[in-house]
Ligand binder design. Structure first.
Ligand code: GLN
Length: 563
């Protein structure tokens, strides 16, 4: 497939160790180039064989990020959207599984008739074709591709070979490789060590790639001397060795890279001239608000079952940073293990001491469900600001059914197929679905909002579009009963069939949503629900201070026996 003319390519690879922040680097560079006036898109290439991460456990992969058009993707796409303020799509995350699947489908189809199908050229050509396709989408100046994994992994070799071939085919000034490495600081020697970076570059050279720019992550700032040394051993001018030392918030990374002139080096190498200097006052202001909040701190408890692994709640945690800035507070996040709350001896008052809002997180499967329901009961009864997301909303309706509407075994059919009161149930068309991959209600759907509700107060709109990822829905058989008991159905699908938002009368702030607002919060557009929730937590903190009383103690009651 012919590549579109005038599109320039940036590949971001990583070396030495994983988790250095290739996603943040790609997102930051994209944001810098965009603010100079370039049209930029970012995509992620993942070396694993899964077609997408939708079927992977959050322990393996962290959060699954969902795009407007319903792709289940890598969490780095969340960083791209938050930094760049551009939406990604189905084609923004290519896995090796997808590449192989397509090649094998073509082989079965007879498209390669007569040929022995091989990694070179067929798999590599498939990758290059996808790249050309992506470059054609959407009027681009620059396409940034982040390659997952670390140099030396067997799985990512075809992606690197595709990059090598493209660089050769396109000639100078069209493609740059930015290699992100680690320069460890050895305390005993009081020294930054460059050897791992040199080895990592050697490994890249071994597959035929000379990196154009090195970005070196380190605990301490890289001196000119170290930059010279790294450049000397890695065939680079010291200007192309960029230091990226640890910072307080990831949102400072673009500002640090700007200072190190990464964007200028990239523009020079790609022969892009005449682009204005970026105006980043708003970004600096945002970072200042994150680092030096004027109005103190609030603490939000996130109740979930992957609490040892915060990456499972990446977008939620980032949304709280945005909402903290928009409310002039620092939001401390306390991860609450749902299962702990299932013990009769568990003390909510103790666990939630100093917590000003409770969020019950999305999830799948029955582990920790009863604990989540108890946290919700506590938030409802103690008038603590509450936000439920997806499974969190489903649990909120189960809790309300059991403890307010007198349905002792109210449940979701996900957890109990024979529950007498299945307040959460499979949608009719989901009942026939057998395949697990990509078969949920996925992507953006419209939601109509009721005037006078808390949802309307935060959104200030009657129609919103939000992203979904779930199979189960609120069962409309129970709507009337719930309404009579004080639940407000403040958001539904336009035809009124699907419940999207519920809230409670007589509660300071209790809102639960079937969709995932966290996937749409951005630095420049804090999500209204997160903003409203943090504002409610801030009010709650102030009212607590005013009354200066201890939180009332509470003895949890078994949900099965509560009237
Ligand atoms: N397990 C629930 C469902 O499939 C909720 C999913 C979620 O929280 N994303 O409907």
């Amino acid at each position: 497939m012919a590549r579109p003319k005038n599109v320039k390519y940036i590949f971001v690879t990583g070396g030495v160790i994983s988790s250095l922040g290739k996603g943040i680097l790609s997102a930051s560079l994209g944001m810098l180039l965009k603010s100079r006036g370039l049209r930029v898109a970012i995509q992620k290439y993942d070396p694993y064989i899964n077609v997408d991460p939708g079927t992977m456990s959050p322990y393996q992969h962290g959060e699954v990020y969902v795009t407007d058009d319903g792709a289940e993707t890598d969490l780095d796409l969340g960083h791209y959207e938050r930094f760049l303020d551009e939406s990604t799509s189905q084609t923004s995350n290519l896995t090796m599984g997808r590449v192989y699947k397509s090649v094998i489908d073509k082989e079965r189809n007879g498209d390669y008739l007569g040929a022995t199908v091989q990694v070179v050229p067929h798999v590599i050509d498939e990758i290059k074709d996808r790249m050309a396709e992506q470059a054609k989408n959407g009027n681009l100046d620059v396409l940034i591709t982040e390659i997952g994994g670390t140099i030396g992994d067997i799985e990512s070799l075809p992606f690197l070979e595709a990059m090598r071939q493209m660089k050769l085919e396109m000639g100078d000034g069209n493609l740059v490789n930015i290699h992100l490495t680690f320069v460890p600081y050895i305390k005993a020697a009081s020294e930054l060590k460059t050897k791992p970076t040199q080895h990592s570059v050697k490994m890249l050279l071994g597959v035929g790639i000379q990196p154009d720019i090195l970005v070196c992550r380190s605990e301490k700032q890289l001196s000119l001397e170290i930059k010279n040394k790294v450049g000397h051993f890695c065939n680079l001018n010291e200007q192309d060795v960029i230091g990226l030392s640890d910072c307080e918030t990831i949102y400072e990374v673009p500002l640090m890279l700007l200072q190190e002139k990464l964007d200028l080096r990239v523009l020079k190498k790609l022969g892009l001239k005449g682009f204005k200097a970026p105006a980043l006052d708003y970004w600096q202001e945002f970072c200042n608000k994150v680092k030096y909040p004027k109005d103190g701190e609030v603490t939000i408890g996130i109740c979930g079952k992957y609490t040892e692994y915060p990456d499972a709640y990446k977008s939620i945690i980032e949304s709280f940073i945005h909402a903290g800035a928009s409310n002039n507070v620092k939001v401390n996040v306390r991860l609450l293990r749902a299962e702990d709350a299932e013990l009769e001896t568990f003390s909510f008052a103790k666990e939630l001491n100093g917590v000003h809002g409770i969020l019950v997180a999305p999830g799948f499967g029955d582990r920790g469900i009863e604990g989540k329901i108890r946290y919700i009961q506590y938030a409802r009864e103690q008038n603590i600001p509450f936000l439920g997301i997806c499974l969190g909303m489903q649990c909120a309706t189960i809790e309300f059914g059991r403890n307010v509407c007198g349905m002792p075994d109210a449940n979701s059919t996900e957890f109990n197929k024979r529950a007498r009161f299945s307040v959460i149930d499979l949608m009719e068309h989901q009942k026939k679905v057998k395949e697990k991959g990509g078969s949920m209600r996925l992507g953006s759907y419209p939601c109509i909002i009721t005037e006078g509700s808390k949802a309307h107060a935060v959104y200030q709109k009657f129609l919103v579009n939000e992203r979904h990822r779930h199979r189960y829905e609120f069962n409309n058989d129970y709507r009337k009963n719930f309404e009579e008991n004080g639940m407000i159905f403040s958001g539904t699908s336009p035809n009124g069939e699907l419940v999207e938002i519920v809230e409670l009368k007589n509660h300071r702030w209790f809102v639960a949503v079937q969709f995932h607002p966290e996937l749409k919060s951005r630095v420049q557009k804090v999500h209204p629900l997160f903003h409203g929730f943090v504002a409610a937590a801030k009010d709650f903190l102030c009212s607590e201070r005013d009354m200066s009383v201890e939180m009332p103690s509470f003895i949890p009651v078994s949900p099965q026996t509560t009237p």
